[in-house]
Ligand binder design. Structure first.
Ligand SMILES: [Fe+2]
Ligand SMILES: [Fe+2]
Length: 251
């Protein structure tokens, strides 16, 4: 499949990246990445997106895991490109939904009413046992949402970073790995300058992430960072001036 890529596979634990777009509205649509972790037949789906991609994603996901064995669906934050199809996923799966407790009630506006299926995260996040490994919900507040988390998978050493590291690219060049960070920075800067809260918040997130062994950063838009590019991105993000650092330009 040219719109999916296996990011990690050791035989029992697999991480898959999907990039489904609304092809009928290409000009208006923001390209998105969706992710799936499968271990021994059990799955966790990450930032599945809106109804525009639901059918294709459902079909793609079901090639890797029995849909009834999707145990968790993680929503990094409340945005429509992350959570818009929560009602459809709640009907089609038995999964529990993991998200910031700040956003639980807002999900009813996406038609989702099954609050008993939500595992709300407190601000400090959580560690969840998943098979033989752990999933860490790492605080990423105000980067850009007030209640925001990244997901670190201790087996693959991938951090699924939501909008952190997102690149807004005109042409949907799927499944690309960042080859030249200096070159890629121009696709990161505008988005991060406006959508991220402040440099203080960037530093807080980097401080957490630097304590983890991270082989790959997988954002919700744009390209994957691996190996040296992880370090280059973290160094760039740590120094980034953004959000309220530019308050004089906004008011
Ligand atoms: Fe967002
Ligand atoms: Fe997003």
């Amino acid at each position: 499949m040219d719109n999916e890529k296996i990011l990690f596979d050791n035989g029992t634990h697999k991480c898959v990246m999907f990039s489904f777009d609304d092809e009928s509205h290409e000009d208006a649509f923001l390209s998105v990445n969706q992710y799936l972790i499968v271990q021994n037949g059990h799955g966790i789906l990450i930032d599945p997106g809106s109804s525009a991609v639901f059918d294709e994603l459902y079909e793609a996901v079901s090639r890797h895991v029995e849909v009834e064995n999707i145990k968790f669906i993680f929503l990094s934050h409340q945005d429509p490109d992350v959570s818009g199809a929560i009602a459809q996923w709640s009907i089609s799966t038995l999964a529990k939904f993991i998200m910031s407790g700040l956003w639980t009630r807002f999900m009813s506006h996406y038609g989702f009413m099954s609050m008993d299926r939500v595992l709300p995260l407190g601000d400090h996040g959580a560690k969840l046992k998943f098979g033989q490994d752990s999933l860490w919900f790492v605080p990423a507040h105000f980067l850009h949402s007030p209640g925001n988390f990244s997901l670190y998978d201790s087996c693959s050493k991938i951090i699924f970073s939501g909008d952190i590291g997102a690149a807004i690219l005109n042409t949907p060049e799927y499944y690309k790995i960042v080859e030249n960070f200096e070159e890629h920075k121009k696709h990161l800067y505008g988005f991060h300058k406006r959508y991220m809260g402040s440099n203080k918040l960037c530093r807080a997130w980097v401080g957490h992430v630097e304590k983890l062994a991270v082989d790959m950063i997988a954002p919700q838009h744009g390209f994957i960072f691996e190996k040296e590019k992880v370090k280059e991105f973290l160094a760039w993000f740590k120094e980034l001036q953004c959000g309220s650092d530019y308050i004089q330009e906004l008011y």
